[in-house]
Design a protein around this ligand. Structure first.
Ligand SMILES: Nc1ncnc2c1ncn2[C@@H]1O[C@H](COP(=O)(O)OP(=O)(O)OP(=O)(O)O)[C@@H](O)[C@H]1O
Ligand SMILES: [Mg+2]
Length: 235
């Protein structure tokens, strides 16, 4: 299963000199839903940007399935190994729901027919029914749009899913729905899911909760028997 490990990661914004991450070490594993909480400005998005390969740490290293990220082709990493979803959904407004999910696959060179087949499977997985496939994003509710964004993120085939406040624009019911989808993707499909959220109630659905504090990532809750714990202990 996919694994993303951070080792003593530090990050300083060059223009301002602000050191946001001061030595973050942790390991996110496939099969787990991990939540990252913490006050505004504490560095959650910065952390996710490094994990998404959008920027490089000032000091420290990230390892993807044991391979140092600094030695990997960043474009390839972003295209194939990780996917991101955002608070603002970021769907293409002039493409239909189906076209939105097909788009990354067609960019990768898949035929329209292959892409549509996979897109329909993914839309079914996250509960968007067939009659909505031809609609534009503006013709769906916020919760439905975020589900489409998740389907599009999964279409790349990446096994690591990063989400930055994916339910920030949603009501309580839709927030619960999105978190349960993320939980299913981790538990049933083996994805490594890391979600940044301000919603502490929703975060409780995660297997592990981390808090960003003073540039450190501190684990607060670990409810699941992880592979490493299971294999290392019989208690
Ligand atoms: N591009 C940038 N250049 C300089 N400083 C930045 C930049 N982006 C963010 N920062 C600063 O880095 C710190 C961490 O920002 P970050 O966006 O990671 O916080 P966050 O925890 O995601 O906050 P929020 O919960 O409000 O989204 C903040 O003090 C912010 O002002
Ligand atoms: Mg943020």
């Amino acid at each position: 299963m996919a694994e993303l490990r951070l080792e003593e990661v530090q990050y300083q914004y060059q223009k301002t000199g602000q050191q946001v991450l001061k030595g973050v070490s942790c390991c996110f594993e496939g099969g787990q839903l991990c939540a990252v909480i913490g006050p505004s400005g504490s560095g959650k998005t910065t952390l996710l940007s490094l994990m998404a390969g959008l920027d490089r740490p000032t000091i420290g290293e990230l390892f993807v399935d044991g391979e140092p990220l600094s030695r990997m082709d960043f474009d390839c990493y972003r295209r194939e190994r990780i996917s991101m979803i955002f608070q603002s959904f970021q769907l293409f407004p002039l493409l239909s729901i189906l076209e939105n999910v097909c788009y990354p696959m067609e960019l990768k060179g898949e035929t329209k027919k292959e892409a549509e087949k996979r897109a329909k499977e993914l839309l079914e997985l996250i509960g968007i029914t067939k009659e909505k496939h031809k609609r534009f994003p503006s013709q769906l509710s916020g919760g439905e749009q975020q589900r489409v964004a998740i389907a599009r993120a999964l279409s790349s085939g990446a096994r690591i899913l990063l989400a930055d406040e994916p339910t920030g624009n949603l009501d309580e019911e839709n927030t619960g729905h999105i978190f349960r989808i993320l939980q299913d993707l981790a538990h049933q499909q083996g994805y490594c899911v890391v979600v940044v959220t301000h919603d502490l109630q929703a975060a409780e659905l995660a297997d592990r909760i981390f808090q960003m504090k003073a540039g450190q990532l501190i684990e607060q809750k670990s409810s699941r028997c992880t592979r490493s714990i299971c294999s290392g202990s019989s208690t």
